[in-house]
Design a protein around this ligand. Structure first.
Ligand code: THU
Length: 160
């Protein structure tokens, strides 16, 4: 038996102003997208902005449904829209911001497991890392260099 340790490094920024100009603009688009979330059941509003290699930014926000599982998270709305509108275009970064109508989200919101899997599909396909910027309404921002960092031992196409 051998033991293996899986670890990853993330970057923590105290304010949006510490990000590069490009990443600040992307996060601002995620924040703006959040306002149009359709979240009457959870009152939890998420915005995502996807920056593509061609410079285009595609946004998404969570879209809920009275039949709860039929709704979709902001991240998947955004990456699926990017895939539909710009097929095969490389995704460079995704900024995510979350807010609640019930309290102030003061820590970075991380994508759910299903969204990690969906984003991973694009990263594996394009063979280059997708960086993530995660934020609440206020507080710190986390940068992950790759979706693989937060989805270790992922299931991917190599198994099929
Ligand atoms: N949500 C997202 O949009 N992204 C996440 O990564 C976590 C959760 C949404 C789904 C649902 O509409 C609401 O937040 C509460 O779970």
């Amino acid at each position: 038996m051998k033991k293996q340790k899986v670890c990853f490094e993330l970057q923590v920024f105290d304010s949006i102003n510490e990000l590069s100009q490009e990443s600040q603009e992307l996060m601002q688009k995620a924040i703006a997208a959040r306002k149009d979330a359709y979240a009457p059941y959870s009152n939890f509003l998420v915005g995502a902005a996807v920056l593509l290699e061609n410079g285009e930014v595609v946004i998404g926000n969570n879209q809920e449904n009275a039949s709860f599982p039929s709704g979709l998270c902001a991240e998947r709305v955004a990456v699926f829209q990017a895939g539909a509108r710009y097929p095969g275009e490389t995704i460079k970064s995704i900024a995510i911001s979350a807010a609640s109508k019930r309290y102030t989200v003061d820590k970075p919101a991380a994508p759910c497991g299903n969204c990690r899997q969906s984003i991973s599909e694009y990263e594996v396909r394009q063979k280059s890392p997708i960086e993530l910027f995660l934020m609440g309404e206020t507080g710190q921002i986390i940068r992950c260099a790759s979706i693989a960092d937060i989805l270790p031992l992922a299931f991917d196409t190599s198994f099929l």
